[in-house]
Design a protein around this ligand. Structure first.
Ligand SMILES: NC(=O)c1ccc[n+]([C@@H]2O[C@H](COP(=O)([O-])OP(=O)(O)OC[C@H]3O[C@@H](n4cnc5c(N)ncnc54)[C@H](OP(=O)(O)O)[C@@H]3O)[C@@H](O)[C@H]2O)c1
Length: 360
């Protein structure tokens, strides 16, 4: 995998966009050549457009500081002529995002998206690279529908479920009957910081619009199968969820209860987690965690503040696995929502697409 690809970031000034800009600094395969946002930011340098909105812990990368921000809509054709593919993370109406992403795809630009707009589209693969890389096969049918040679849309899943689906997945061989999940979600998941969301300090907000539905439904697409040019959702395992916004900057935690058809021993669960690896590990993709799932034996781990950056924020953390009185087991999961759950997961997906020749 020595070939490099020119990439654009659509929504580069946003919370997820800033992560892309940071992760692409010195990336071995991807060279950022275009940064785009709304007409409000277009024409300004990236640093000017960001103003005081920079929310990363490292400074704006030098390469990006003086790049002129392009208009994602008005400059679409120009951007398409500059890039091999784009990342997309924009805050717009769902229908507008759908149209924008299809426009780029029809300009023959592959779109690797963080947005939810196309997650339910049956021929758009929704990928957690370690779990359902085989769903990329549906891209051929999507290209036929769009009438494109290169262009397509591939999406990553919602950030909340990355803190429990990767932990349930290796346990499917024991026959998961059902799972109940409560997520404790960081404010960066809403594109916020403590400065822009002061109401979260000393508080928990028991509602995140649309999140519980996504947390229950998206896993069924991820566990689905490609049949006749579309992804057919799995029937189960059935998940019920509650999603809370908590005063944490980064890192979504999940409290999970699970019951099985064939209840495994605790050691069998731990062994399944320790052994689990996917295509990113087999292909040694640059952003892949070496160990996908890290189990912490300490009773008070994983903690968002201490553990979210495990393997550069790309690993899934687990802890507190124990028997339950109502379900078979309960445990805690944690993942970094803007790294594994957003920009990092999309960069890993793009690395997978590159390795499989989808950008050629
Ligand atoms: N934050 C997370 O952890 C997370 C996780 C997974 C998925 N997502 C998804 O990622 C997307 C972006 O989230 P975010 O948190 O980064 O949002 P955000 O911080 O509000 O940033 C939104 C971005 O969209 C751009 N934008 C707004 N209107 C536009 C338009 N008409 N044309 C082009 N660009 C436009 C903004 O540009 P201006 O600066 O010029 O306004 C900005 O770059 C959303 O769909 C969100 O659901 C977020």
């Amino acid at each position: 995998m020595n070939k490099t690809y020119k990439v654009g970031v659509i929504g580069a000034t946003g919370m997820v966009g800033q992560r892309f800009v940071t992760l692409l600094d010195g990336h071995p395969l991807f060279t950022p050549v275009a940064l785009a946002a709304s007409a409000r930011s277009a024409g300004k340098t990236y640093a000017e457009a960001i103003g005081n909105k920079w929310a990363m812990s490292t400074p704006i990368p030098a390469y990006a500081q003086n790049m002129t921000v392009l208009d994602a809509e008005a400059d679409a054709e120009k951007i398409a002529s500059m890039v091999d593919f784009v990342f997309c993370a924009v805050n717009m109406k769902k229908e507008d995002i759908k149209a924008l992403e299809e426009r780029y795809a029809k300009l023959d630009v592959p779109v690797v998206s963080n947005n939810s707009a196309h997650r339910a589209t049956p021929d758009v693969p929704m990928i957690i690279p370690e779990i359902n890389a085989d769903h990329l096969a549906v891209i051929a049918a999507q290209r036929r529908r769009l009438g494109t040679k290169r262009g397509f849309i591939a999406v990553k899943s919602n950030c909340s479920l990355q803190s429990y689906v990767p932990l349930l997945h290796p346990l499917k061989k024991f026959g998961i009957k059902c799972a109940a999940v409560t997520t404790y979600q960081a404010i960066s998941g809403a594109g916020k910081t403590f400065e822009t969301m002061p109401e979260i300090v000393d508080n928990i907000i028991p509602y995140i619009g649309g999140e519980e539905q996504k947390s229950e439904e998206e896993p069924l697409k991820i566990w689905g199968s490609v049949e006749s040019g579309r992804i057919v959702n799995a029937d189960g395992p059935v998940i019920t969820s509650q999603c809370l916004r908590v005063p944490v900057s980064d890192g979504h935690t999940a409290a999970v209860f699970v019951s099985f058809e064939h209840t495994p021993e605790r050691e069998e669960i731990l062994a399944a987690w320790a052994a689990y690896a996917g295509e990113p590990q087999a292909l040694s993709l640059p952003s892949a965690p070496k160990q996908f799932i890290h189990y912490f034996e300490e009773d008070d781990r994983p903690q968002a503040k201490l553990d979210r950056m495990t393997e550069n924020g790309m690993a899934i953390c687990a802890g507190r696995l124990r028997k339950d009185s109502l379900f078979d087991y309960k445990f805690i999961g944690l993942s970094h929502n803007t790294l594994r759950g957003a920009a990092g997961g999309a960069v890993l997906l793009a690395e997978l697409l590159a390795a499989k020749g989808y950008f050629d």
